[in-house]
Ligand binder design. Structure first.
Ligand SMILES: [Ca+2]
Length: 92
C-alpha cells in the first residue's frame, strides 16, 4: 500500500477504535470523542479536562446536530487540522 493509502486506512481504523466503545458502533458519542481527542490529538487540543470546551468542540463537529459525531464529521475535523498543519509548514 502507498503511504497515502496507509494514512486513509489508519484514519478509518482510528475512528472505529473509539466509535465501537459505547452506543452506536458507527458514530462517536461525546465520551468517545473525548477519549479520541485525549489519546490521539492531545498535542493539538491539550488534555481537555474542561467540560465546556469539550461541549463546544462536540457541538461544532456535530454538523447535523444529531448528538453524535459520524465518520463524515470526524473526517472534516481531521481535514481541517491537516490544512492548518500544512499552512504552518508552508508559511514563509
Ligand atoms: Ca452528527
Amino acid at each position: 500500500m502507498s503511504q497515502l493509502q496507509q494514512a486513509m486506512t489508519m484514519l478509518i481504523s482510528t475512528f472505529h477504535k473509539y466509535s465501537g466503545k459505547e452506543g452506536d458502533k458507527f458514530t462517536l458519542s461525546k465520551g468517545e470523542l473525548k477519549d479520541l481527542l485525549n489519546a490521539e490529538l492531545k498535542e493539538m487540543f491539550g488534555q481537555s479536562k474542561d467540560q465546556a470546551a469539550l461541549d463546544k468542540i462536540f457541538k461544532d463537529l456535530d454538523a447535523n446536530a444529531d448528538g453524535s459525531v459520524d465518520f463524515q464529521e470526524y473526517v472534516t475535523l481531521v481535514a481541517c487540522i491537516t490544512m492548518l498543519c500544512n499552512e504552518f509548514f508552508t508559511k514563509k
